[in-house]
Design a protein. Structure first.
Length: 578
RNA sequence: UGGGGCGUCGUCAAGUGGCAAGACACAGGACUUUGGAUCCUGGAUCGGAGGUUCGAAUCCUCCCGCCCCAACCA
């Protein structure tokens, strides 16, 4: 281990831009290793998921870090499944993990490893420990072990089996492997120090008996290594230089080092960073599993979920997620990042890329009285004002159109620039129209239709006489538009920190009842009938949307709102109300 | 009360003894055929108290607060 007592500060060795100081403490450590030659300038990381659930955006942070660092330093990053607990792991999860890492844009090439591939080697290491008198077979039950472990403030007591002879240990351990004992009957324990203030060092279990079949090794084994033993050895076997993990493993580092030191094998450096927390959601596989199993969401890929598959189905781009991960930085502070930043990254990405289209989510019919009954005009519309190379398209205009219900107020408040009785507004890419009459349902009083007139001179949205109009509305031609279902998503949880539960509360109590609003009968411009599952659009003045990959069908499209546009009118309105 | 970490703008986060980066959010303004985008402008003295120093967010001391650890989970 390097201890930073050094003179000059030039970061040498390594590579290119990664050598610049002050980016984050992990890169600083690597720079130091490169400077002192600890790993001969080699940088080799790994992303080590346990296949017991789907990856979420917290994992994305780790993936970006591990693959990102490897790339920056001209090194490699392995994908390694930490599959040492067959009772929780499944192939479905390994498949999803591979898909997600790939989708995020990272490539582990042929370096797809499994801790389970090392079981035989790990067994060998365990035997070595036994031979060195550094491990023993213990017959205590888990309850007894717990009882003898001591507490945070009291030391533990030594197991009565702690001083078995090496021969007896060897024999017993071999028989553990052979399946002579039932699940949980015995364990192999590292002989360290029952009085250590670090509880992880109080003779931790190294291998346990579990008669359950493993998703890769089947029934080949009935003993399985514990995380602390398997992980450091796997890192060593793969000659990982920097084993980056989250803060809760900080206390485990002495044990990580102990195994490698006693075994005298390649010694990777474990480095811990703070895991990601996000506002208005939870980022723990256990809690996400509970939401899935309890039917609180439609599955791991529910667009409300912070899982990679959920974000993908919701419409997030891998670029925006990577950008987010780079922006949040890496440190050791226990923090909760605002989900607004993720939304910002998506908007920034899509603002440049997404073609603009017109979609009326809550349609209100408008009849243009002085427009010819059967006329249809093609209006030219820019596809993306941010990028003229994306060209234009034609939109059909006719006498009956739909506008957004929110774009009309019979009694407009201050600063409301949109349509109202007697008001003139611009229809984007079309004409100026003026509202001359409001048709209501005689019973309910609900506005059912607007009668307007248009100014023929304002075609394409400009008045030759130079008169200005404050509002510009999007619209679709009534008879040309297609009908679709649109799902508007809000935060999964209504509370900023759902992990903050008082006594008697459960995180699920804070689920946002309005997280999903489904709108039927939305009217979209005709071209959207051909929208594909990889397309992402900006619905003008609404936000960014994509076709739902699961529920959308040929004649009945379903769109997901990825993220809304910033809405300064909503802010003004809110301020006016208070 | 044991051990391991962490405390810099509302939220992340640089800074490692020489006048506190940046981003998101927020506020104000400009521009605008998206109340979008873009463009200006504004704001923290660094958990607290002492001390060392010409000079401290950066060093020392004490205090306060938060997180993690007592699975044969990872």
């Amino acid at each position: 281990m390097s201890n930073g007592k050094n003179s000059s500060g030039k970061a040498g060795g390594g590579a290119g831009k990664a050598a610049s100081a002050g980016r984050d403490f992990i890169r600083a450590i690597i720079d130091e290793h490169n400077r002192t030659g600890r790993y001969d300038g080699r940088v080799h990381t790994r992303f080590p998921p346990e296949p017991n659930g789907y990856l979420h955006i917290g994992h994305a942070k780790s993936i970006c870090l591990n693959f990102g660092i490897a790339a920056e330093y001209g090194g490699l990053c392995n994908l390694r499944f930490d599959d040492t607990n067959p009772s929780k792991e499944e192939v479905e999860y390994v498949e999803s993990i591979k898909e997600d890492v790939r989708w995020l844009g990272f490539d582990w090439e042929d370096r797809e490893y499994y801790a389970s591939d090392y079981f035989e080697q790990l067994y060998g290491y365990a035997v070595e420990l036994v031979k060195m008198g550094k491990a023993y077979v213990c017959d205590l039950s888990s309850d007894e072990v717990r009882e003898q472990r001591g507490t945070l403030t009291e030391p533990g007591r030594e197991s009565p089996y702690r001083n078995r002879s090496i021969e007896e240990n060897l024999d017993l351990f071999e028989r553990m492997r052979a399946g002579e004992f039932r699940t949980g009957a015995r364990t192999l324990r590292a002989k360290i120090d029952m009085t250590s203030p670090n509880i992880n060092m109080r003779d931790p279990v190294t291998c346990r008996i579990m008669h359950s079949s493993h998703h890769r090794t089947g029934d080949q084994w009935c003993i399985y290594p514990m995380y602390d033993f398997a992980h450091c050895c796997s890192d060593s076997i793969e000659r990982i230089t920097h084993s980056i993990c989250t803060l809760e493993f900080e206390d485990h580092r002495p044990l990580y080092d102990w195994y490698l030191e006693e075994l005298g094998i390649f010694h990777s450096q474990q480095i811990e960073f703070a895991r990601l927390n996000l506002t208005y959601t939870v980022l723990s596989k256990r809690k996400l599993l509970l939401l899935v199993e309890g039917g609180y969401v439609s599955g791991w890929d529910d667009p409300l979920m912070p899982t990679i598959s959920g974000l993908r189905r919701r419409g997030y781009t891998p670029e925006s997620i990577r950008d987010f991960c780079n922006r949040i930085g890496v440190a050791k502070n226990d923090t909760r990042v605002s989900i607004d930043l993720l939304a910002h990254c998506l908007r920034e990405d899509l603002n440049k890329q997404a073609p603009r289209v017109m979609a009326v989510l809550r349609p209100l019919k408008v009849v243009i009285d002085n427009y010819p009954d059967d006329a249809i005009e093609d209006m030219e519309a820019v596809n993306n004002p941010e990028d003229p190379s994306m060209g234009t398209r034609m939109l059909p205009f006719s006498r009956e159109i739909y506008i957004e219900r929110d774009d009309f107020r019979e009694d407009p408040p201050k600063k409301f620039f949109r349509l109202a009785p007697g008001r003139e507004v611009r229809l984007k890419h079309a004409y100026f129209i003026t509202c001359i009459d409001v048709v209501k349902d005689t019973k309910t009083g609900e506005v059912t239709e607007l009668r307007c007139t248009y100014d023929h001179e304002t075609r394409s949205g400009d008045a030759p006489d130079g008169r200005k109009v404050k509002g510009t509305l999007h619209w679709v031609s009534a008879k040309h538009s297609i009908t679709a279902t649109v799902r508007l998503y809000d935060h999964l949880f209504a509370k900023e920190n759902p992990d903050d539960v008082g006594k008697g509360e459960d995180f699920k109590d804070f689920l946002n009842p309005n997280a999903l609003e489904e709108l039927k009968g939305c009217r979209l411009e005709p071209g959207l009938a051909r929208a594909g599952s990889v397309d992402r659009f900006q619905f003008l003045r609404h936000g960014y949307f994509c076709v739902d990959s699961r529920d959308s069908t040929e004649g009945a499209p379903v769109f997901n709102r990825i993220v809304p546009l910033r809405d300064s009118w909503a802010k003004i309105e809110k301020k006016q109300r208070s």
